[in-house]
Write a protein that binds this ligand. Structure first.
Ligand code: FAD
Ligand code: SF4
Length: 512
């Protein structure tokens, strides 16, 4: 029987030769298409480093395929190109190669997934969307796991995946007789031990060309382009992971929640960017980390904490995304209506914690989890920012941001806009938490110790005001009982002062 001639579209976050769309690739018959296009770089104003990472990794991947004599039709970005969208490039490729079908692995965003449903008609060839099997849990398996459950808690999903993968398991029991060592992972950092440098790659010729393109074609996009040191090939990404395991993993757990004005990366791995575009595989990554534990190179709290982030949180948020989209993106349980303050883009604010996290975001297209959750995210929650505005910001500014992972983290975990589907309680906190976990408050214009003076930390009054404003909803949550009891203990005079200070802060949001 004659084989079907296929056109295969590889997206910028699908840079792996084992991806499902390439499974039966026949270099004599089939044709690969890769495209850098206006539409994908402009639906939000992505950070310059994010565009450079994806373009450079795409160009390196195309080169790798061409070296093994796989035909690649590559469309390089130019602002004057008549090919604005993926569909424009595909139409051209269909005309040139007359394929009998188009194959593509499922993408990571509802927006594009929805558009893909229309391609078959526009291109007049059958379009087959294949499952993305780079995840431990398929979308169908997650749906089955979720079916009939009253609550979709990450912890139970994580235990299920631990059993499925056998990671950190012995005789069907968790190693260390506990599933989760999170309680050990909450130390603040006091400059000991020293933080090892993060793995950095030197830009080669391909990357330098990309950097020139980004400088010329994306000058209005957020962020600082250089120095650019991200890995752009699978080999380099594996070297970055190996470096992390050798030099940082042992302390990953202890300082996972810590923040320091001197260290943007602390003991974090900086591998989400590589996992998300296909340069690293999640299971291989976790097995390497597990091996480090078995060889005595890192303690259990570090290794379990790290593996939980990948096979737990990462897989869980993806499951929630595909389970609940497209309605999920519109959720707004607290009915927030405020605009995102301009300092999220300019980084100019007197709040030291916000400034440090925004500066890291601007310079590296990176901030670690607690900075995203408990500083920039916490502020947006307390200030009542419209979820879609803050979600768009997170999608634009981080190099690892793709909607399947960004949206549940922002809308669900940070903004609690899904009414507790993803997180059992809002991650709201006053300045006290930031002071405990960081050294930011020492150099701040505001006073973290006071509540409603003219120089009091804005997080403080906004925190209590958040509890007051949403009391009716929060009082039904058993996990909020303790903090609401603390609110009850405040005198009428204190409540009045909190409200006054919060109203003032909200009026002044852009100038804090
Ligand atoms: P490490 O701290 O070293 O953790 C190891 C790995 O665990 C990460 O590389 C990542 O793959 C995974 N991981 C950890 N936490 C999460 C999580 N909550 N969800 C999914 N994976 C996780 N992560 C993204 O990959 N893309 C995003 O767009 C994104 N947006 C976020 C937005 C908000 C508001 C918040 C609170 C978190 C977001 N995260 C996102 C999760 C997390 O912050 C990043 O994965 C992490 O900071 C990446 O840095 P790292 O590689 O050094 O991670
Ligand atoms: Fe942030 Fe408040 Fe501390 Fe300033 S005092 S760094 S605003 S938590």
């Amino acid at each position: 029987m004659a084989k079907t001639r296929s056109l295969i579209l590889i997206l910028g976050d699908q840079l792996n030769p084992s991806i499902s769309s390439l499974m039966n690739f026949d270099p004599q018959l089939d044709q690969i298409v890769m495209a850098e296009v206006w539409e994908e770089t402009h639906y939000v104003l992505h950070h310059q480093k994010k565009i450079a990472l994806i373009f450079s990794a795409m160009r390196h991947f195309a080169q790798q395929l061409k070296k093994q004599k796989w035909p690649v039709h590559y469309h390089q970005y130019h602002p004057d190109s008549p090919y604005h969208s993926l569909l424009d490039v595909l139409k051209d490729a269909v005309n040139q190669y007359s394929p009998q079908q188009l194959l593509v692995t499922q993408c990571g965003e509802w927006r594009l997934h929805h558009v893909m449903q229309t391609w078959s008609k526009s291109l007049a060839v059958p379009v087959h969307i294949l499952e993305d099997d780079r995840f431990v849990c398929s979308i169908t398996e997650f749906k089955k796991w979720a079916a009939g459950r009253k609550q979709l808690r990450m912890e139970y999903f994580y235990r299920y995946i631990r059993q499925k993968t056998g990671l950190l398991m012995e005789n069907n029991n968790p190693i260390g007789e506990q599933w989760n060592f999170d309680k050990k992972n909450r130390k603040s950092y006091r400059n000991d031990p020293p933080v090892p440098p993060t793995y950095q790659c030197k830009p080669d010729k391909i990357t330098q060309n990309v950097l020139n393109d980004v400088t010329h074609y994306f000058p209005n996009h957020f962020g600082q382009l250089k120095p650019f040191w991200f890995a752009v090939t699978a080999e380099q990404a594996t070297a970055a992971l190996t470096h992390f395991i050798e030099h940082k993993l042992a302390y990953f757990g202890d300082f996972q929640d810590a923040m320091s004005h001197q260290h943007d990366f602390l003991f974090h791995s900086i591998i989400s960017i590589y996992l998300n575009i296909g340069l690293l595989d999640p299971i291989t990554t976790c097995k390497m980390v597990e091996q480090a534990y078995r060889q005595g190179k890192a303690p259990l709290n570090a290794v379990e904490g790290f593996i939980r982030q990948i096979i737990g949180w990462r897989e869980y948020v993806r499951g929630i995304y595909w389970l609940k989209m497209p309605a999920y993106a519109k959720e707004n349980a607290f009915n927030n209506k405020r605009c995102l303050p301009s300092f999220y883009w300019t980084t100019q604010t007197k709040m030291q914690c916000m400034h440090q996290c925004l500066k890291s975001t601007y310079e590296h297209a990176y901030a670690h989890h607690i900075q995203r959750l408990m500083v920039t995210g916490n502020f947006a929650l307390l200030a009542g920012i419209t979820p879609s505005e803050i979600c768009e910001w997170y999608l634009a500014v981080y190099a690892d941001a793709f909607e399947w992972v960004e949206l549940p983290n922002t809308l669900g975990m940070v903004m609690h806009a899904d009414d507790g589907l993803l997180g059992s309680k809002p991650y709201a906190a006053s300045g006290k938490y930031i002071d405990r976990m960081s050294d930011y408050c020492k150099g701040c214009h505001y006073n973290v110790k006071t509540q409603y003076e003219t120089d009091s930390c804005p997080f403080n009054a906004l925190y209590w005001f958040f509890l007051i404003t949403h009391y009716d909803k929060l009082q039904h949550n058993p996990r909020m009982k303790l903090v609401l009891n603390a609110l009850h203990r405040k005198s009428d005079a204190e409540i009045t002062a909190i409200k006054q200070r919060a109203h003032y802060l909200i009026k002044q949001l852009d100038n804090l």
